[in-house]
Design a protein around this ligand. Structure first.
Ligand SMILES: C[S@@+](CC[C@H](N)C(=O)[O-])C[C@H]1O[C@@H](n2cnc3c(N)ncnc32)[C@H](O)[C@@H]1O
Length: 280
């Protein structure tokens, strides 16, 4: 077992600064190569999952934003920003490593003096992590950053004491690309969730638009649940609220399987949402 606060090495990859994975060396990872695709997928109002599940939960968990300064860490093309402003945020700073996604966000908010968008590595040192934020959000990015403890430390540094944060990400127990699947048990007439691997760190390349000619990839960093939660706790972020969010989608199949499929969709979470505050 890794000592608390220390990362275990990923399978197929060692997270040392000098040894980037082969895909990263070829410049095929990260979100810049897939920025146009992602911007189109998410659009102005969010993907289907954003609109029905992720954004409503994030806004509820962030609480009152009236006159608050809010950080959107790993903001992408800024899908959360309009909701933060609508709820009264006085200033929003979005930080993301992808210059193209930040450009897309800047174009969207260029006439709004309350919004600034910064290109920066969430895991590296940055002037943005300055202890001035009342609230911070980190949506769908816990599994996208290579160094989660470092990102959590920066998230903590960015907040004022007792500042609130929310992070929402794919549920590490049930949603691991290529390693979790639905299955059907004919005898028991139930849909089960099959978990092929779980308790180790995994680096899983994701091809974002397969079959469309390109090989643009991002990397998904799976970590077991305890490791994810410990990264927040070790950084000085107390988790006071946890929600396991189900998909809003339901099977349209009908027939004998639909009951089992509906039950599985209601009971196996898709996302994990954690919220809390900076200690001290
Ligand atoms: C799935 S997208 C989510 C974006 C946005 N929060 C949303 O919900 O649409 C993951 C984002 O994390 C960003 N990201 C990945 N690694 C990062 C890092 N080390 N520093 C800053 N941003 C990073 C990517 O550029 C990408 O925009």
């Amino acid at each position: 077992m890794a000592e608390p606060g220390k990362r275990r090495p990923y399978r197929k990859w060692t997270p040392k600064k000098k040894t980037a994975s082969k895909a990263a060396k070829r410049g095929r990872t990260g979100w810049d190569p897939v920025a146009a695709w992602y911007d189109q997928l998410v659009g102005k109002h969010g993907s289907d999952y954003h609109r029905h599940v992720v954004l409503p939960a994030a806004m509820e968990m962030l609480g009152s934003l009236e006159e608050r300064k809010v950080l959107d860490l790993c903001a992408g093309q800024g899908v959360l920003v309009p909701l933060l402003l609508d709820k009264g945020a006085k200033e929003v700073v979005g930080v993301d490593a992808s210059p193209r996604l930040i450009d897309a966000a800047r174009r969207r908010f260029e006439n709004d003096g309350r919004v600034s968008m910064v290109v920066a590595d969430a895991c590296g040192d940055g002037a943005w992590a300055d202890g001035s934020f009342d609230r911070a959000a980190n949506l769908m990015a816990v599994h996208d950053v290579p160094d989660l403890p470092a990102m959590c430390r920066n998230l903590c540094k960015a907040l004022k004491p007792r500042g609130r944060f929310v992070a929402i990400f794919m549920h590490p127990c049930f949603r691991i690309p290529r390693q979790t699947h639905w299955g059907w048990d004919e005898g028991r007439k139930l849909q089960y969730r099959r978990i092929d691997r779980y308790g180790v760190d995994l680096e899983i390349p994701i091809t974002t638009h397969p079959g469309k000619g390109g090989d643009a990839q991002t990397m998904f960093y799976h970590r077991p649940l305890g490791e994810v939660l410990s990264a927040f706790g070790s950084a000085g972020l107390a988790i006071t609220e946890t929600r396991e969010l189900m998909s809003h989608r339901r099977s349209q199949a009908g027939g004998s399987r639909s009951r089992g499929e509906h039950r599985a969709a209601r009971e196996f979470p898709m996302f994990l949402a954690i919220g809390g505050e900076k200690l001290g």
